[in-house]
Design a protein around this ligand. Structure first.
Ligand SMILES: *Cc1c(COP(=O)(O)O)cnc(C)c1O
Length: 404
């Protein structure tokens, strides 16, 4: 492949992947095939033996998928990447590749909910123990590490509280103990944060979010730093079977071309919306990495090139106020997921985290009035006008006395 290392990120977004496609096609052709014909028995044998480069079967490798994988590996500053059927398939493939029975994981407490559940159920059944820590405090990570700790799993900024963990410090701590550092970089995308540059060994993304960016694909990706790890992970992925398909890879690759532009706009909009919300009398508290009030503002500035599109805030008036807000927005759409061009809003206490129960929610920092917004690429003022009229509905409901 051509050397793109000196090019600007936006140029890489447009040009990374594979240099030349068949017939001079400018965009990656969709190889919608499950299998590939061998030229001869000898050819098939040498492909299986790994003596020759080529394609055998789409679960193992496919040119459309490979082009998307190469593009993301390049944007993340990694060696190679592995496309998966979802972000969770990527996380499962990582755990299955790196862990054995009786191994131990240290994991950020603020992670995507199903990641916690995967560790606490399936991985636990297979004999893997996990300690969850507030990884924004380096010392917590250090003191949780045991002799059998093989993986330190960090999500930063974490979901949904947006707490930020110091990737460089945590990588040093983990490596001192021979553990691998895995980073869920979904909230930042490679445009805003490159964990490998701070010492991480493996990076994963839910492609479903900012990387694809158009809310029309479910997918995941794993980025690794060296060929041996790549081969080991590829074997595991091939056995588990959670691969992405050619058409979704094509869509993600198309989305990547505007990643730099989209992230810039997400950051600009979220900054404006966050600054406006911070001054609103009905906003009890707000977390956005671009606000000086964020408790880990300085770590964010050190390792992030931008503050991202995610805002979490607490509206005065608790659960009821949260519900009124959700029912009153007109432009922001009431839906889970994030990272698309359209703004989405959700209320964890009555939605994604309802089943946890109030006590468990509170211990995870999820208060009744907590609202999460994925700020899209619309005009920021249009979003502010929408939130303003929705907060006015909350105001009219006179719920303030109910504040606990
Ligand atoms: C959505 C998400 C995942 C899981 O990805 P899926 O594609 O839904 O499986 C993992 N981590 C984070 C931070 C996410 O937002």
């Amino acid at each position: 492949m051509k050397d793109h290392s000196k090019l600007d990120f936006n140029t890489k977004c447009v040009h990374s992947g594979i240099d030349e496609y068949e017939y001079g096609s400018v965009v990656p052709p969709i190889y919608q095939t499950s299998t590939f014909k061998f030229k001869s028995a000898q050819h098939g044998a040498s492909l299986f033996a790994g003596e020759e480069k080529g394609y055998i079967y789409t679960r193992m490798l496919n040119p459309t998928i490979e082009a998307m994988e190469n593009a993301i590996a390049e944007l993340e500053g990694g060696h190679k990447a592995l496309g998966c059927a979802s972000g969770m398939a990527a996380t499962h493939t990582i755990f299955s590749s790196l862990l054995n029975t009786c191994d131990h994981v240290v994991c950020s407490a603020a992670v995507y909910g199903p990641t916690t559940t995967l560790l606490n159920t399936v991985m636990k059944r297979f004999g893997v123990e996990t300690t969850f820590v507030d990884s924004a405090v380096n010392e917590n990570v250090h003191s949780a590490i045991k002799e059998n700790t093989k993986v330190v799993y960090v999500e930063t900024p974490g979901n949904p509280t947006l707490c930020i963990s110091d990737l460089e410090a945590i990588s040093k701590i983990a490596h001192n103990h021979g553990a691998k550092v895995v980073v869920d970089n979904t909230f930042m995308s490679p445009a805003l944060q490159n964990p490998i540059a701070f010492g991480a060994d493996v990076v994963m993304h839910s492609l479903t979010k900012f990387l694809n960016g158009h809310a029309d694909v479910v997918g995941g990706i794993i980025v690794v730093k060296d060929e041996d790890t790549y081969k080991h992970f590829r074997k595991t992925l091939n056995q588990l079977g959670g691969v992405i398909d050619p058409f979704n890879s094509f869509l993600v690759h198309r989305g990547l071309k505007t990643l730099g532009l989209r992230m810039q706009k997400h950051c600009e909009n979220a900054q404006k919306v966050a600054e406006w919300l911070e001054k609103h009398p009905l906003v009890k508290s707000i977390r956005y990495p671009g606000l000086k009030s964020h408790p880990h503002y300085n770590i964010g500035k050190k390792q992030q090139k931008g503050s991202g599109g995610m805002i979490t805030f607490e509206v005065e008036g608790g659960l009821e106020a949260g519900k009124i807000l959700m029912n009153s927005v007109k432009l922001c759409q009431l839906a889970v997921s994030l990272g698309g061009v359209e703004s989405l809003i959700q209320h964890p206490a009555s939605m994604t985290h309802f089943s946890m129960g109030k006590e468990a929610r509170l211990s995870g920092g999820i208060t009744d009035g907590l609202v999460r917004i994925s700020v899209g690429i619309e005009n920021a003022n249009d979003l502010i006008v929408d939130l303003e009229q929705a907060l006015e509905k909350v105001n009219q409901a006179n719920l303030i006395e109910e504040v606990v």
